[in-house]
Design a protein around this ligand. Sequence first.
Ligand code: SF4
Length: 700
Amino acid sequence: MIGKEAKSTCSYCGVGCGVVIKKNARNRIEVEGDKEHPVNKGMLCSKGMNLHYVVNDTSDRILYPEMRWSRSHPRERVSWDDAMNRAAGVFKSIIKKHGPDSVGFYVSGQCLTEEYYIANKLTKGFLGTNNIDTNSRLCMSSAVVGYKKTFGEDSVPGSYDDIELADCFLIAGANPAWCHPILFRRIEKHKEENPNVKIIVADPRKTDSANFADLHLQLLPGTDVILYNAIGRQLLKKGFIDKNFIRNHTEGFKEFREKVMELSLNQSSKLCGVPAAEIKKAATLIGRSKGFISMWAMGLNQSVIGSDKNFSLLNLSLVTGQVGKPGCGPFSLTGQPNAMGGREVGGMANLLAVHKDLFNEEHRKEVAQFWGVNEISPKPGYTATEMFDALEEGKLKAIWIICTNPMVSLPNVRKAEKALKKAKFVVVQDISHKSDTVDFADLVLPAAGWLEKDGTMTNSERRISYLEKHIHPPGEARADVEILCDFAQRMGFRGFNYNNTEEIYREYTQMTRGTNIDISHLSYDRLKNEGSFQWPVPEYRHAGTPRLFQDRKFYTPSEKAIFNIPASTINTSAKPDSEYPLILTTGRIRDQWHTMTRTGKVARLKTHYPDPILEINLVDAYLNNIKNGDVTEVKSASGTVRLRAKVTENVREGVVFMPMHWGKQLHNDLNRANNLTSDLVDPLSKEPDFKYTTVSVQKY
Ligand code: SF4
């Protein structure tokens, strides 16, 4: 419990800022930035510095289990015993009748690593199905494919400390000024102190990040591969390549060269909407730099060609030899605080823990042996969107949703709503009644939130932090691991009788021994006493690993990094036509987080954007007779939203933008961006196409 002051890590984004928590004279929590923390050095963004409001205001919290015996009855308060017996009873009977693949878990990048580990062990090891996926599927799965295919494993090569050593940044499909603010502050400060540092932003919108950049490549949505291949072509043409690195440490260069030479600079320029001179300038800035870092987020990942976009960007680091050295490397910007930790313990339907491969029989045997079970099913589980499709088709009967709000965040959300209504049994384990998904639950389980439980998280730079329990959860809320272990034991499974979270962590770390993410020598004691560490930490007293691949040996069979050739160069999931002539992209705003169940409670965070708006270009507004502030009706093949227009030059002609945060509970369902998006996904990563929906816009 909090004495004079205590430390923790911000529970919002993957930057992973350190916070200091205090209690004031009125026994209320106060939060400030941790000046000693290596990531943020005392800084916090608007979301982080208002975390205490979220903790102190418990008015929306789910305080006790609630259950309904049938869909025609309201939910009523029940004891934990009744709730857990019912959960176990229903799961047992569904599995007996329909087999293990008829149940599934949908979890979250906000779960702590121990929670993720237990949910995976329970599902893959004991329930006998790989039907466990996470909202990270909506966020980082294309980057995972990119890393695995390029470096052999899902491994972020660099560190935030490489920022201050780099002299050229390509920020692609990301707006870190709003979405990863403390990281962006470090880039800004570095540039202010070193004016020779160059920043390139590739984004269809003029964001705050783009406004700060030396060069804004305002590409057409869906043409990222064309742009990065054109930059690659120019790098080759001007000789800005690292021949030694390519020859000795990569495979596939010939195919890369052939691919990028397919289109002339002018052809590419025409297709991606970026002037040839700007492409040349970008290539020159990258080619002449001593330290080149590419950073990317949802603009690349959330696409039917998200994996291809990742390949084309990663290829730029390979062709310039800018990986495995100080001040360089590709750097994916993780959205959620523990998406990385979740990936480490295999928290997706097609992954196994410690980067082992579900499709590798030996790996499945190793994991099964470690957990003391007969086998792990070789059949990949349903991914996030597949899970809801399977519910609708009646293949999946029961779903357990933990710490995520799919009724706002899933694409084509009305279809997902129908799917959840068709489910035989829905469990929602969450902290807040403000989650729209709670409305669909047959069983609601109150979970502990930030500061109310302990465990670890991994941020975007592979940095593992221990988060201590500082306060008691309200009402009867329990830590997620406790709930899951309780359920596992009621199902009759052995191996879930832990005395504390540390025992779970220790079990997981033993699993990492000898792997590329070895943290078998990183104990809770070290995390508590010495602070956070970047994996791997393979030996006793090891100080952690800020940078991977310094020996230029990668995790592929040949130990070489691979140039991957994008199968598609342009997003063709939809084509603007006379019915839906504009392209909608969705994304975040500065002061809100995900579906607003936490940030939506803080009055001062609503002042920036009190309501959702539609950004529309001056020309498109004029052609549709729309003025600033008019209520517009936006339609796509999936649905409709109504919201006010913000007429702006920040989006290019033919493109509109809408924030993704608002849901039904906090507003009305006509403000929900995912009424409009389609449920198409990338064939490799299964990540949805949030950044490319054709729509019409009219004055309402
Ligand atoms: Fe929290 Fe991210 Fe803001 Fe840091 S940048 S304070 S981790 S939301």
